[in-house]
Structures are given as structure tokens and as C-alpha cells.
Design a protein around this ligand. Structure first.
Ligand code: UDX
Length: 431
């Protein structure tokens, strides 16, 4: 029988539901476990039921049963879901931690998603440490901060017309959406509540690394006890194997693993353009058509993730016409794809995870941000880290086929392409 492991301490982790939240928090949990900590991840039933029970180094506990009340789609929509989620988690997590307090490994710390600030109350009431985990960049959070001060009626520390949230760091204001429901739209209010008790957290964690956001980290350290604990990308993919199992993966959609990787194996080094818009953003039919045409005209190999709900927007005949050079899948194992030698360019919506992953794997990007933090991430990719270009959009918000093709060329060819590649490799080393 295997020897009992002696753990250094027990950490409880509470991610918010969503691909961009689960990935970094599960990867971080795995990293903690590899350092000899006992880790229990608490999340919703539909996630925990897919995780191998008792296997691997992290345990899973369900703290909200979405199978009985419809989750996001249940009564009251997203707002109703959040209320039920908070009530259920507060009850279940408190009970769970209390139960463990007399065990061999009492819980010492709760790491909770920044989107769930109320979870800090659970930690405080039970007398354990509480660390908030932000799944967006330090710069994006710095970009929202003036809005938080504004919503409290405190003066914004910047002149809005400068379009800079933190002028000395040149951080652009994070865009909001039009709203007739108050000063800020609901999505922004949801994001801003992350600041509601941040000064009471024992740690403020970011999936970033010191060199990547050095200046903004320094700036933020005066406000809160921040720590960059990223990139959370598992080191097995960065050729420094410390994990020996890969049971932490969770995919909202079924990845077409083998098909993608076998196909990439047949392609030359850095010859493939990889296109993905993550788990939320979608393109309208016009933008889809421009993208399809650009990929066709560019003469590059391409791997394009078009989620099942988006497939109907693909121009008819496109798949057949480009089948020699292109592969379209509904979801892929993105870490393995970005780690593959054949990938030479990543056309991305610039979600924070995709951004950190591109930087960590040294893959040059064409940035096509859609909303919120994605525009800030795109700005950093091009202007600060020099690892890509941002595709310009016309007055309708569309990046034309000519523009996309121009960007692919810039990133993959010529002098600019070589400079971008060099910068990408330097960032990969630092990651
Ligand atoms: C959302 C928001 O869109 C983004 O602005 C915010 O920064 C985080 O939350 P999402 O759209 O899911 O994020 O994008 P991203 O943060 O890039 O996360 C997507 C994750 O899914 C990545 O870790 C990526 O590796 C993974 N992925 C994506 C796959 O495994 N396969 C795919 O085919 C596509």
C-alpha cells in the first residue's frame, strides 16, 4: 500500500465557474500540491463530477448543485444564480472547513476567485487566511480601479479624457458597455465588486509574473499585498516536468485532441496560424467571412477553433475549399497546440489566459480583442511586450480580410516578423 503523504498544510480553493477561471485556479492548485500542500478544490457539481475521485494530488468537493436548479439558466438568470451560489457555498464551505478543523490537516487558507469577494467572510469567520485570486491581469485590474473609486463617489485619480487609468504607467481605461441601468452596466458592477473588501484580504494573487507586469505590480503593491504567482501554465508543457499526472484539466467543450495534434505533426515548423476566440467571445457573420477570406488568401496553414454554436456562420464551401491547408475544430487542447513547433502565429481575442499562454510559449500574436480586459491585453501584447500586432477595425468594428492578412504577414514574415519572434522567445524564457 502506498505510504501516507505528510502534507505541509491544507489549502481550500474556490474558483468561479467559467473556463477562464477554472483553468488558472486548477493549474495553481496543482502547483501548490506539487509543493507538498494538501489542496481541496470546491466548485459546482457539474465540474466535480467530471474530476477523478481520489486520484491525483488534489481533492474535489461540490459546494453547489447546479444540476437541480439550472445554474446560469435557472430562475432569475445570472443574478439569481449568483445569489443561490453565494448562499449554497457559504453554507457548504463553512461546514466543510469546520469539519476539517479537528482533522489531521485543518484548513489554513482559503484561495477564492476575485469574482467571489464574499468568500473572504467565510475565511475571516473561521479564523483562517484568505487570498483573493484575480483571473485578469494586474494592468486590467488597475484599469478598473478608478471606476471603483468613482462608484464610491471618490474622485477618479485620472482625467478621463486622457484615456489612461494610470497615466504614469500608460494603462488604458478598460472599456465599458453602454448602459441605461445606472452609472455602470451590470457586468462592470460585477467586476467592480471585486474591490469591495480587497484591503482585508491577506494576499492578492495574480496569474502573472513579476517581469511581465513589473511596473504595475510595483504601483499596486502600495495598495494591496499583491503576489504574482503565474504563469500557471503547467510546467510539463514548458519542458520542465514537475508534475507526473495531468488530472487537473477541465474543458467546457470536448477537445478534439488527437485530430489536432496529428494534423499539426504533419506541418512545418512555425507554418501554422492558430485562431481562437476562447470560450465566450463570438464573431458576427461578417467578421467570420472576413477571417475566412483572410486565411484563404494568406496561403498559410491554419487551425481554427470555431465553437459548435458558431459553426453556422462559416461561409458555405469554405471548409471543403481549404481542407488541404486548414483544419477547423470545435475545441482543441490549446496548451498542447501552443506548445507545438508547427504553430507560428496565434490570432487571439486576448482573454487573459490565452495572453499569458501565448507569452509563455513564445508564440507571436495577431490581437483581435472584443471587449473588457481584452483591449488592455492587446495593448500590452503589441506596445509593451512587442510580441504581436493589433488588427485595426473599421467604423463598424470589423477587421477586414486585407487587415487580417496584413497582420499575419507582419507577424510571420520580414524584419518586423523577426523582431516579434525574438521578443516572443525572450518572454518565453522569462516566463
Ligand atoms: C474570459 C474573457 O473572455 C476574458 O476577457 C477574460 O480575460 C477571462 O475570461 P475566455 O474567453 O474563456 O475568458 O478566454 P481565456 O481567458 O483566453 O481562456 C480560455 C481558456 O480556454 C484558455 O486557458 C485556453 O487554453 C482554453 N482553450 C481555449 C482551450 O483549451 N481550447 C480551445 O479550443 C480554446
Amino acid at each position: 500500500m502506498a505510504e501516507e503523504t505528510a502534507y505541509k498544510a491544507h489549502v481550500m480553493v474556490l474558483p468561479f465557474y467559467g473556463q477562464g477561471h477554472l483553468n488558472p485556479m486548477l493549474q495553481f492548485s496543482k502547483r501548490l500540491a506539487s509543493k507538498g500542500l494538501k489542496v481541496t478544490v470546491t466548485t459546482i457539481h457539474s465540474v466535480t463530477k467530471t474530476m477523478p475521485s481520489g486520484a491525483g494530488s488534489i481533492a474535489f468537493e461540490s459546494v453547489y448543485d447546479d444540476s437541480t436548479d439550472g445554474g446560469f439558466h435557472g430562475p432569475g438568470g445570472f443574478k439569481g444564480y449568483l445569489e443561490r451560489f453565494e448562499a449554497s457555498v457559504t453554507l457548504c464551505l463553512t461546514e466543510l472547513i469546520k469539519k476539517l478543523q479537528n482533522s489531521e490537516y485543518p484548513v489554513k487558507c482559503l484561495v477564492y476567485d476575485g469574482n467571489l469577494p464574499w468568500a473572504l467572510n467565510i475565511a475571516k469567520q473561521l479564523g483562517i487566511a484568505g487570498a483573493t485570486f484575480f483571473t485578469q491581469s494586474c494592468a486590467a485590474i488597475a484599469g478598473y480601479y478608478p471606476m471603483h473609486l468613482d462608484s464610491l463617489g471618490e474622485p477618479m485619480p485620472v482625467v478621463a479624457s486622457s484615456m489612461l487609468a494610470v497615466p504614469e504607467l500608460k494603462i488604458p481605461v478598460v472599456p465599458t458597455f453602454e448602459s441605461d441601468t445606472g452609472r455602470y452596466p451590470p457586468i462592470i458592477r460585477h467586476i467592480l465588486q471585486q474591490f469591495s473588501n480587497i484591503e482585508k484580504a491577506d494576499w492578492v494573487l495574480f496569474n502573472s509574473f513579476d517581469k511581465l507586469e513589473e511596473d504595475v505590480m510595483k504601483w499596486m503593491s502600495d495598495l494591496w499585498p499583491v503576489r504574482a504567482i503565474g504563469p500557471t501554465v503547467p510546467s510539463i508543457y514548458l519542458d520542465k516536468r514537475v508534475d507526473n499526472d495531468s488530472d487537473y484539466g477541465f474543458h467546457l467543450f470536448k477537445p478534439q485532441n488527437e485530430g489536432c495534434l496529428k494534423w499539426l505533426n504533419t506541418k512545418d515548423t512555425r507554418s501554422v496560424v492558430y485562431v481562437s476566440y476562447g470560450s465566450v467571445a463570438s464573431l458576427n457573420a461578417e467578421q467570420m467571412a472576413e477571417m475566412a477570406e483572410a486565411l484563404k488568401q494568406s496561403n498559410s496553414n491554419f487551425l481554427w477553433v470555431v465553437r459548435a454554436t458558431e459553426e453556422s456562420k462559416l461561409p458555405s464551401g469554405f471548409v471543403e475549399e481549404t481542407s488541404e491547408r486548414g483544419l477547423i475544430v470545435t475545441w482543441c487542447p490549446q496548451l498542447e497546440v501552443l506548445a507545438h513547433h508547427a504553430v507560428g502565429c496565434f490570432i487571439t481575442h486576448c482573454g487573459w489566459n490565452s495572453t499569458v499562454e501565448a507569452v509563455s510559449f513564445g508564440v507571436p500574436v495577431v490581437a483581435m480583442p472584443q471587449f473588457l480586459d481584452q483591449t488592455t491585453n492587446a495593448h500590452f501584447l503589441e506596445q509593451v511586450w512587442g510580441v504581436g500586432v493589433v488588427a485595426k477595425v473599421d467604423e463598424k468594428g470589423i477587421a477586414t480580410k486585407e487587415e487580417i492578412e496584413r497582420c499575419i504577414g507582419k507577424v510571420m514574415k520580414g524584419k518586423r516578423g523577426r523582431e516579434i519572434k525574438k521578443a516572443a522567445m525572450q518572454w518565453k524564457e522569462l516566463a
